[in-house]
Write a protein that binds this ligand. Structure first.
Ligand SMILES: [Zn+2]
Length: 494
């Protein structure tokens, strides 16, 4: 099983200074490489004096994003009009063809190297006489160029934006096998980062489980340093329990008033991490402090750092609370049912209202912006992801149901009406059934899966959620993060 493990690094003062120097060099390095390729493209490299010559123009169209063959001037150095670079060995590469049986080299083929290949070679040369390049690990520099290549391929193949110059770089990567971990004693280990040295970290996991250590990313967040590593561990995920064997279900409804309402009648409170009165006031104070400071001053940098630290702290708090809530939800039953929300559509800006005279009417934009802030602060999507992961880890299925009318439908008579709901209260306009609105919505969600609460209230508590399988119907089942598959079951009354 491949998982990502994150640890907080505890670098000493000199290590921290080196890390910061590296990030500055790497940022400049990336921006320089980007500029070199862009200028080469725009000027058609008519200036033969520049040491590297890419060729260009007719091989690629920026607007239509079409690359002709592999000859894109931004990613490949095809020479134009017979112009030969002064240093030919930089622009070409040799690949050797081996005989499969004898394993002897038959012939060497000389090819034009890629733009990244050339830039990597130049970087290696720069390291000989530029000290700030020399102190950075060569692998890290190469990875930096490779990241730029990824940005270009995202632009051409995935339709993302054109690579931008970056003002701030906060992370760098080591290739697999470069970082070495050493267990010192309980909760205390070191990571050997080439070029930096042994960096301490507080270890909360069993490092002996690691079979293979893949790419490691070192990043800076809110004034702290973290290492994020992709590891292969011996643990295997359990099979997801088939729906026929599931004995209980919990439906969850997410909201603003109560963060999560469970169908067993319990709630998880919404802590409003960044939008509660106290933190919202503090954040706006810090923001105001930044805008008061003079541009480019040291005091401004200090103020920015303070705000970043505060935001990082709040983000961590929200993350931790999200895990607590997800744990409670998954523990409650064998199956978790949740609504299929389109959160991106819910936080769109209010549409402008025209008044017909070339002006605008009031459209409640500031109210909507405030609501969007609260929705994003609640972090529903994040909680869904956490629930999905914990469910997979415990072999429990997560089922998605349609969100339409979950809060307006009456559980007794099925009457759907906006008027049924009044804040936290639910009162059916037809049969006068009353309930807590959020709890009711979560029970509707659980019912839509096909699992119905037992009728015999005397022998079983109303909302114990015990069910048994009866009919077949197509359902969407979430087996892991963002992965869906279809299962042909429905569960029904005991
Ligand atoms: Zn009703």
């Amino acid at each position: 099983m491949q998982v990502r493990w994150n640890f907080k690094l505890l670098p000493n003062q000199s290590q921290e200074a080196t890390l910061e120097d590296w990030l500055v060099t790497l940022r400049k390095h990336r921006n320089y490489a980007l500029r070199e390729r862009t200028v080469g493209f725009e000027t058609n490299n008519k200036d033969n004096d520049s040491s590297i010559i890419y060729a260009y123009g007719s091989y690629c169209e920026i607007e239509s994003r079409i690359e002709y063959g592999t000859c894109c001037p931004l990613t490949c150095p095809v020479l134009k009009h017979g112009v030969v670079p002064q240093k030919l060995e930089l622009a070409t590469k040799e690949s050797k063809v081996k005989d499969k049986e004898t394993k002897k080299v038959i012939k060497t083929v000389v090819k034009w190297d890629s733009a990244s290949g050339i830039q990597m070679k130049v970087t290696t040369q720069l390291r000989k006489y530029l000290n700030n390049f020399a102190i950075v690990d060569s692998d890290v520099l190469q990875r930096n160029i490779a990241n730029l290549d990824t940005a270009y391929s995202n632009f051409f193949k995935l339709g993302r934006g054109y690579p931008q110059f970056i003002k701030r770089l906060d992370s760098f990567e080591y290739k697999p096998g470069r970082v070495l971990l050493r267990h010192i004693r309980k909760n205390y280990a070191t990571a050997y980062l080439p070029g930096i040295g042994d960096v301490k970290f507080h270890n909360s996991r069993d490092l002996s489980l690691i079979q293979d250590l893949r790419t490691c990313t070192v990043k800076r967040e809110g004034g702290n340093w973290y290492i994020s590593m992709l590891v292969n561990i011996a643990e295997v995920l359990p099979d997801v329990m088939p729906l026929e064997k599931c004995k209980s279900i919990v439906g969850i409804d997410v909201g603003i008033n109560k963060l999560v309402a469970l169908s067993d009648g319990s709630f998880a409170e919404n802590k409003r991490t960044t939008t509660n009165t106290r933190t919202a006031r503090r954040l706006s104070m810090r923001q105001r402090a930044i805008s008061r400071k003079q541009k480019g001053s040291k005091n401004k940098i200090k103020a920015v750092k303070k705000l970043a630290k505060q935001k990082h702290k709040l983000a961590q708090y929200r993350d931790g609370y999200g895990w607590q809530v997800a744990k409670v939800v998954v523990k409650t039953a064998d199956v978790v049912a949740r609504v299929d929300l389109r959160i991106k559509n819910m936080v769109k800006r209010a549409k402008p209202k025209h008044d017909g005279k070339g002006g605008y009417k009031r459209n409640g934009a500031s109210q909507k912006t405030g609501l969007n802030k609260v929705i994003l602060d609640a972090g529903w999507g994040d909680i869904f992801n956490k629930i999905a992961w914990l469910a997979v880890k415990n072999g429990k299925p997560v089922i998605l149901v349609l969100a339409k009318h979950t809060s307006q439908e009456c559980p007794k008579c099925g009457h759907i009406d906006k008027k049924n709901r009044d804040g936290e209260k639910f009162l059916c306009a037809v049969c006068h059934h009353t309930d807590h609105a959020d709890t009711k919505a979560s029970r509707t969600i659980a019912r839509r899966v096909g699992m119905v609460f037992p009728k015999n209230k005397k022998t079983l508590p109303t909302d114990c959620g015990k069910v048994t399988l009866s009919r077949h119907q197509s359902l969407r089942v979430e087996t892991e993060n963002h992965a869906f598959e279809t299962a042909g079951f429905q569960l029904n009354l005991l």
